[in-house]
Design a protein around this ligand. Sequence first.
Ligand SMILES: Cc1cc2nc3c(=O)[nH]c(=O)nc-3n(C[C@H](O)[C@H](O)[C@H](O)COP(=O)(O)OP(=O)(O)OC[C@H]3O[C@@H](n4cnc5c(N)ncnc54)[C@H](O)[C@@H]3O)c2cc1C
Length: 479
Amino acid sequence: MEERLETEVCVIGGGPSGAALALRLARLGHAVCLVERHAFPRPHVGESLTPGVWPLLDALGVGEMVRQAGFLPAREALVRWEDATGRRVRAPAREPGVLVDRGRFDALLLGAAASAGVKVLQPAVARRPERKADGWELRVLHEGRWVLVSARFLADASGRASCLGGRKVPVSTRTLALYGYWRGEIPHGPETRVEAGPDAWYWGAHLPDGTFNAMAFVDPESLRERGIGRRTLEPFYRELLGRSGLLGAWTAPRLVSGALACDATCYRDAEPIGEDFIKVGEASFSLDPLSSSGVQKALQTALSGAVAVHTLLVRPGSADAALRFYTDDQRYSVEQHAAWAAGYYREQHGYEERPFWKRRALPSPPTLAPPEVRPVAGDELQHRRWRLASEASLVDTPCIVGDVIEVRRALSHPRLARPVAYVDGVELAPLVEAMCEGLTMPQLADTWARQVPFRQGVALLGWFYRQGLLSEAAASDPP
Ligand SMILES: Cc1cc2nc3c(=O)[nH]c(=O)nc-3n(C[C@H](O)[C@H](O)[C@H](O)COP(=O)(O)OP(=O)(O)OC[C@H]3O[C@@H](n4cnc5c(N)ncnc54)[C@H](O)[C@@H]3O)c2cc1C
């Protein structure tokens, strides 16, 4: 007989986004069941984590555990991009990024979710969920037995498999990653390597288990044109790597994994959230691996997604704000990242006329130039008289307030990528409303005395100035 399992939230996928979402929701008091196809540890690409993961892992309460796990600090990268000489890029001294074994890293996160009370079904394959009158039903094959899971809310964290389906809008040129794990005598240091080639770009890094992951990102057409199939993939991959300096002067490098391939095209899901479902991590959107920030973004979507889901479940009256918040957040992240990636591809010189690079180094959509912050002496800045820039206004914007999404008045201006409600934890709307025209910075900070201490007020005015949100008051403006 089929086993039945009822839960409030069912999360499909136990990668970083699924584990983080489940963990946060369990801590917020929800009954959560998570379904993961593979027994962990299992191999997964995405081993280089940016320093930005640390605050997120700390927020989840797993930072220390990951620091103690014996992964490798990513202190330095050798980047051969702008030209063949290459430059060394050092990570921020305080806390560099980290090179992880994704099998172990994902297992740590999922273990933390289980400890927080999440019911984990693993290894267990979720079939396509079906919408019912009061939620969702999905059949799960768990250790050879079928389980019928009923859930009020469904979270798709199944990565590129995207268990819930939905329209995926391509955001980049189609890209294929060819990769493999190598062992051998290593002549060069432990640095990560990034390199541009005529028809590919390359990435290589040493991993905690002593292997070296060497990746080549190519146009899928380049394989089609040469009739490359499963059998001929490895010679093709070796040939590509031979054109790079990744394995350089290695003596007898051994490819221990065989040649592997996966899609690395960027996309966004057209509907990342609804009143009874959410898509997090790569089920919602994927980033160009060039930035190595996929896992960071997966964790971010899980943390902000958990607040959106919690709002939908406990404050249905704020559902519109929750949906708008999460949808805007996804669109903003995708646009920002696509513009950044195109700019980075444009910085590559040497092969810019090759189709591979032309397809990627697209012009960015026009944006307002950053404000020209003139080198004005601090004293002079303090004595000039200011007013809020004329195009600045306050608009209603959904924001995270504690554990829920609420609508707040936020400062909007064409120079700001999106409306800003808080800076350093201070709500801007009351400050903007209290702003008088034609005052000096110390006078303005004085008028905010009820909201913030004087020094913080001056620091916030510095932020307004740098963002181009202050204009000099005309001599005729009232003081
Ligand atoms: C070539 C390449 C290189 C990359 N390099 C980097 C990098 O260096 N650094 C970085 O930060 N990011 C990198 N990324 C991105 C990174 O891998 C992803 O952003 C990250 O893994 C997304 O996490 P996730 O939890 O959303 O999905 P995943 O990590 O893919 O997890 C999804 C989970 O869902 C499970 N699942 C799927 N379907 C089902 C089902 N039907 N039932 C049950 N379980 C299911 C899978 O088994 C899997 O464990 C790279 C991506 C690519 C393609």
